[in-house]
Design a protein around this ligand. Structure first.
Ligand SMILES: [Ca+2]
Length: 409
């Protein structure tokens, strides 16, 4: 558990950082106390072309205080921007060096610990011409989710110029979602958990009028809608131009989610991959096709993974996961990315994801159409998030403080 800031996750259980209510999982060794078994000494040529069935984590940087999100600015600088749970954004140079000055410091307004903190970051897709960043955090003192915009230069964002776009009350401390990402359509997608506790006691996942238990989609570029700080995309499923106008909140894009802690777009085709953290038995990956019109119902809290959560349920109305694994292999899925970089051709079209509790890393060969989950690494790390650099390389953050590049073995 993360008890205050700065402590590595050493075991996992009822208050795991990303939302499991399951029984405790095996403890992980201290992440930094162990060298990677397959790490080559410096200067050793990397095996080529590499083995996509045995990934490893190549050290990139260390010493960060509970890193939980990785983003890039798309500005040609080659930098990574890493959210620290307590409310800082750190800048990592292309050589792995950590800049002393934070990019943003909002520790004074972030409530952090457990599953709370500075959870998400997205640069405007036209940054720096559009000099704005967007963050998702749980605020002090009540833990409500705040989605905010800050003006930003290449050097940093001004904490005094926050503009709150969306404020979503959180009934419990856990299941806050937190991922932000712009889609190829230019809209901002927001992952929201079901509000917490266990079993979704308020039924938020299936309530299309609630903003909890959802993927939301908003427009941050056009004239705000009446009473809102953002515009509503006309073709959102419950908006005027959508498939079921008026049948839900206009911000809702898809629903039936429990805790979509991390999701990503496949840059090749716009498909969306959602890692939805399970309750007590099943962890799942959901996929939404790039040409979707929204409105998918991913099943929670009627289904958990591909199984009835409510006994004897009718499974037909729901979009089933493309992959799942049981709690014999972990307790909180960390959704990842489809590799579309150029340096490791052997990984092209491979979706990489992990489990926070067990440290296991998995892949799906999505371009090959397979739904078979393959175990590719036992990392012994508390992986909190994946991210991609501007070069398309995939990086992993772990709560022990490291950022590593994911490479074929
Ligand atoms: Ca589901």
């Amino acid at each position: 558990m993360v008890v205050g800031m700065g402590l590595a996750l050493t075991a996992c259980g009822p208050t795991a950082p990303v939302g499991s209510d399951s029984a405790p999982a095996p403890a992980s060794p201290a992440p930094t106390a162990r060298s990677l078994p397959s790490s080559a000494p410096p200067g050793t040529p990397r095996p080529s072309p590499g083995n996509p069935d045995h990934l490893r984590l190549e050290p990139f940087t260390t010493g960060l205080d509970s890193p939980i999100n990785i983003a890039n600015a798309g500005d040609g600088s080659g930098r990574l921007f890493v959210n620290l749970q307590g409310g800082l954004i750190r800048v990592i140079g292309p050589d792995g060096s950590v800049r002393a000055e934070p990019f943003l410091d909002i520790r004074n307004r972030v409530l952090a610990g457990g599953e709370r903190g500075l959870l998400g970051l997205a640069f405007h897709p036209n940054f720096p011409e559009q000099p704005r960043i967007f963050v998702d955090y749980t605020r002090t003192p009540d833990g409500a989710t705040v989605i905010s915009e800050f003006p930003a230069t290449a050097q940093g964002a001004d904490p005094a110029s926050e503009r709150v776009l969306l404020l979503i009350p959180q009934p419990f401390a856990n299941h806050n979602g937190g991922q932000l990402a712009f889609g190829p359509d230019g809209f901002l997608y927001i992952g929201m958990g079901d509000g917490g506790s266990g079993g979704d006691p308020f039924g938020n996942g299936q309530n299309t009028r609630a903003l909890l238990g959802k993927m939301l989609r908003i427009d941050v570029d056009n004239q705000p809608a009446a009473g809102k700080a953002y515009a509503i995309p006309r073709d959102n499923p419950f908006a005027a131009g959508g498939i079921r106008p008026g049948a839900g909140a206009p911000e809702v894009w898809s629903y039936g989610l429990r805790n979509p802690w991390r999701f990503s777009f496949d840059t090749a085709n716009g498909d969306v991959y959602i890692g939805d953290v399970g309750q007590s038995a099943w962890e799942e990956i959901d996929r939404q096709a790039g040409d979707s019109r929204g409105g998918e119902n991913y099943g929670w809290n009627v289904m958990e993974g591909d199984h009835c959560f409510r006994q004897g349920c009718n499974t037909r109305p729901f979009v089933k996961p493309i992959a799942e694994y049981g709690h014999d292999r972990g307790c909180a899925v960390i959704g990842g990315y489809v590799y579309r970089g150029s340096e490791q051709p052997v990984l092209r079209g491979v979706y990489v994801f992990a489990d926070d509790c067990s440290g296991l890393v998995f892949t799906l060969q999505v371009d090959a159409g397979t739904r078979t989950t393959k175990l590719v690494l036992d990392s012994h790390r508390a992986i909190s998030s994946f991210g991609v650099g501007e070069n398309g390389e995939i990086y992993a953050a772990d709560l022990g403080g490291a950022i590593s590049r994911v490479v074929a073995g």
